[in-house]
Design a protein around this ligand. Structure first.
Ligand code: UD1
Length: 356
């Protein structure tokens, strides 16, 4: 039976489904009644007793449903082909990628290999299996240094990207657009995330970076739980409300629901070729405002030190998400307070993340 995409159980393959955005998306899909297959190589995940990532065990516990899990690298073409032989996949959401900006500068071949070759392998496996519906986990990083604000989807991409991680997101977008141009049967949605933060309100799953976190929210959360000693604010001389960097933070549950909205779009009549949407709130929050909001959420004043700007950082990055509202019917509903309260619940209940 050909799926209409709107009702009933779809079989959704999540690459990188054990990760931060992937695991939250799995919950939303399972709650909607879809069936979820995850392929993940587990390089950034903690495994539980039965070798399944702990994040997925908790997704199962929260939803009462089963996640089919295959541990495989996107570089393993045979494993990918086998997954498509095993399941009648309706649509793929491609999250799997290495994502540390600093590491990508030091290890460009590993990043290009994993993120580009991995994506090519996935697209090839999908073609072979005749699965031509795809949602891609892209990033505001493709816009490079903002030329105007707020950033809409027509903003130029690929200019002024300062690191291989960002380049891989841009290149993957190009590859998918070329593919959709060459074969009109492909339906692709590129979702450009702004700054994903927060956690599931249950406090059972959340962001669990390996090693020292690069990003602001996990750093604040680990300082609040006293896992890390210092919170540094990178620069207070930007042209912003208080001199510190302003970003568009979006709650991961809103983001996850954005993927569900994008899936429905893939079956609609007007969906042809590649569709592109920003996912953010449209609201700019400074580093100091975030620290203040988090202090309120965790009930203690967080000490910080102002230090020099981080290389490559810009003052303000804020989206307009009018297109997602108009075409997907999606808006971010969760507030800054929700982002902080939910992150704190996750971090304080799991000070070491998924590791016991
Ligand atoms: C970063 C990445 C971006 C990636 C995104 C994922 C860079 C240059 N960009 O974006 O490619 O898609 O994460 O969420 O790394 N800050 C501090 N102290 C900290 C950490 C951050 O003051 O310890 C500041 C930064 O200077 C920035 C803001 O907090 O102003 C947000 O930083 P971060 O969370 O790293 O996100 P981005 O830099 O926007």
């Amino acid at each position: 039976m050909v799926h209409d995409g709107q009702s009933g159980a779809r079989v959704v393959l999540l690459t990188g489904g054990a990760g931060f955005v992937g695991s939250h998306t799995a919950i939303e899909l399972l709650e909607r009644g879809d069936s979820v297959v995850v392929v993940d190589n587990c390089v950034n995940a903690v495994k539980g007793g039965d070798d399944k990532p702990v994040a997925l065990q908790r997704v199962e516990e929260l939803t009462g449903k089963t996640v089919k899990y295959h541990e495989a690298s996107m570089l393993d073409c045979e494993a990918l082909d086998n997954v498509f032989k095993q399941y009648k996949v309706d649509v793929v959401i491609h999250f799997a990628a290495l994502k540390s900006v600093g590491e990508s500068v030091d290890q460009p071949l590993r990043y290009y290999g994993n993120n580009i070759t991995g994506t090519l392998n996935l697209l090839q496996a999908m073609s072979t299996a005749g699965v031509k519906r795809l949602v891609f986990s892209s990033s505001a990083t493709v816009y490079g240094t903002p030329q105007y604000l707020p950033i809409d989807e027509s903003h130029p991409t690929g200019q002024g990207i300062t690191n291989p991680y960002g380049q891989t997101k841009f290149m993957c977008e190009q590859i998918m657009m070329d593919l959709a141009r060459a074969d009109p049967e492909w339906r692709v949605v590129l979702l450009r995330y702004f700054n994903p933060v927060g956690a599931h309100p249950s406090g059972r799953i959340g962001e669990d970076p390996r090693g020292i976190p690069n990003n602001l929210m996990p750093t604040i959360a680990q300082v609040a739980v006293e896992r890390r000693p210092n919170l540094y604010v990178y620069g207070n001389d930007f042209e912003t409300v208080d001199g510190t960097g302003v970003r568009d933070y979006v709650h991961v549950v809103d983001l996850a629901r954005g993927h569900v909205a994008a899936l429905s779009k893939l079956w609609s009549k007007e969906s042809t070729g590649t569709l592109i949407y920003n996912l953010g709130t449209g609201q700019g929050i400074s580093v100091l405002q975030m620290i203040e909001a988090f202090s309120r959420a965790c009930g203690k004043k967080l000490a910080y030190k102002i230090t020099s700007r981080r290389k490559g950082d810009v003052g303000t990055v804020v989206a307009t998400c009018e297109l997602a509202k108009k075409e997907l019917g999606w808006v971010a509903e969760r507030s800054l307070e929700d982002m902080c309260v939910d992150t704190w619940r996750w971090q304080s209940n799991n000070p070491n993340g998924f590791s016991i």
